[in-house]
Design a protein around this ligand. Structure first.
Ligand SMILES: *Cc1c(COP(=O)(O)O)cnc(C)c1O
Length: 412
């Protein structure tokens, strides 16, 4: 039996222990230390920017970006609906309301026309401007950042780029996370590189960087005793995690090249498979890192076993959420991928291949059922037909051939 092929299993560079040993030899096992500073500097060099704060997660980075952008309870924030919950949840942490905006067909990311309509309509309805705009680089694919920035500037709304999945992706040759007022990055275990959990916020200047750092370390005032005038957070990256991040930066370019190579191989092998369409850069302006390779299935494509898809309530969490399962009441909800997509996921699973549906749009999540949403049907229709395929550093050419053969088998 072959090893299970995971979507994006983290791969160490071989240098992690050297960094950790050096830090421990100097007793730097604290939440802040010289490796955090070095990681920030080296990350900045890797993506050609500065004013970076290393944090304990990408989610914290979204949260602190909102706070630094002045988002207060009662405010509204425009968020791409087609995303992982971490793009939207921090809006609620801040006591604000997410207003969801649907996607465009090409990039699968926030639709600039709909975004502008949403801005105008929120101003008309509430008399106030939304306080931030959060586009998301879904699976690494860039958003139309030039148009988003043009709209944002026209209405003086700061852009917080959620580039958690898009480390190293480029639009017009420029790296994501460096266009907006803030850029969010993630080094969670399954991202392009890992710090065993961690994230970073790219800030516009040194003053803002210091403010964010201050909020990330409990917002203490300068007195000999602990004086607090605002609520702070404990969001700083651990020095040991920074050691892992530093070692991983050494293989960032290699990892990105590998993900692009895997995408190219899927392209080659899937090109004659009718009914399966690989998601690609919509034009040469986009340069995705292809964090995950994704494909859509023609609704008419028959996949073996689709009649029995969703027949049973799942016993284990798909992908395993820390081994903690919130038992589902029924096999499905009122919005899920088509039966052929679920059947393909099951066929791949049976062949020891991890695959999963696309992110379920936030405007269809029960937890956000009361949030305003500007919808065009694109994210929901993609959710119905899309599937994520393995692309990580451990995925070999042979694995990709095996995955595509398994797909062909399932639809044969
Ligand atoms: C992973 C991810 C985040 C959050 O990163 P964590 O480090 O896991 O907190 C935010 N947004 C998106 C789109 C992500 O995929």
């Amino acid at each position: 039996m072959r090893d299970r092929i995971l979507l994006c299993k983290p791969k160490m560079s071989g240098r992690e222990l050297d960094f950790i040993k050096a830090a421990l030899a100097e007793d730097w096992a604290v939440p802040m230390g010289p490796d955090c500073n070095a990681f920030e500097r080296e990350l900045g060099e890797a993506i050609g920017t500065e004013h970076i704060v290393a944090l304990n997660s990408g989610t914290s980075a979204v949260h602190l970006a909102l706070i630094a952008a002045g988002v207060k309870p009662g405010d509204e924030v425009l968020v791409q609906s087609f995303t992982f919950c971490a793009s939207a949840n921090p809006v609620r942490y801040a006591g604000a309301t997410p207003v969801f905006v649907d996607s465009e067909h090409g990039s699968w990311n926030i639709d600039p026309d709909l975004l502008e309509e949403a801005v105008k309509d929120r101003i008309a309805k509430t008399g106030r401007r939304p306080k931030a705009i959060i586009p998301v680089a879904l699976y690494g694919m860039p958003y139309q950042i030039d148009r988003i920035l043009e709209i944002a500037d026209r209405y003086s709304i700061p852009v917080i780029e959620d580039a958690a999945e898009g480390l190293g992706s480029r639009y017009d040759g420029k790296v994501l996370g460096t266009f907006g007022r803030f850029g969010v990055l993630s080094f969670n275990g399954n991202k392009m590189i890992t710090s065993s959990g961690g994230g970073a916020l790219v800030c516009p200047d040194e003053d803002t960087r210091r403010t964010v750092m201050w909020y990330a370390t409990q917002a203490r005032e300068s007195y000999p005793y602990y004086e607090h005038q605002v609520i702070g957070y404990n969001y700083r990256l651990s020095n040991i995690s920074a050691c892992i991040g530093r070692a991983q930066l050494k293989v960032l370019d290699e990892h990105i090249a590998h993900h692009r190579h895997v995408q190219a191989l899927y392209r080659e092998l899937l090109k004659d498979v009718e009914g399966v369409t690989l998601h690609e850069n919509p034009s040469p302006r986009y340069d995705s890192n292809f964090w995950l390779c994704t494909a859509t299935l023609d609704p008419d494509l028959h996949v073996r076993g689709q009649e029995k898809a969703y027949a049973e309530t799942l016993k284990g969490a798909v992908g395993g959420a820390a081994g903690v399962v919130h038992a589902a009441a029924a096999p499905t909800t009122d919005c899920q991928p088509n039966a052929n997509v679920e059947a393909l996921r099951m066929a791949l699973d049976a062949a020891s291949i991890e695959a999963r549906p696309l992110w379920k749009p936030m405007h269809r999540q029960p937890v956000y059922s009361d949030a305003p949403a500007y919808v065009n049907g694109v994210s929901e229709s993609l959710f119905a037909v899309g599937i994520c395929l393995p692309a990580g550093p451990y995925v070999t050419d042979d694995d990709v051939r095996y995955i595509v053969d398994t797909i062909k088998d399932a639809i044969g």
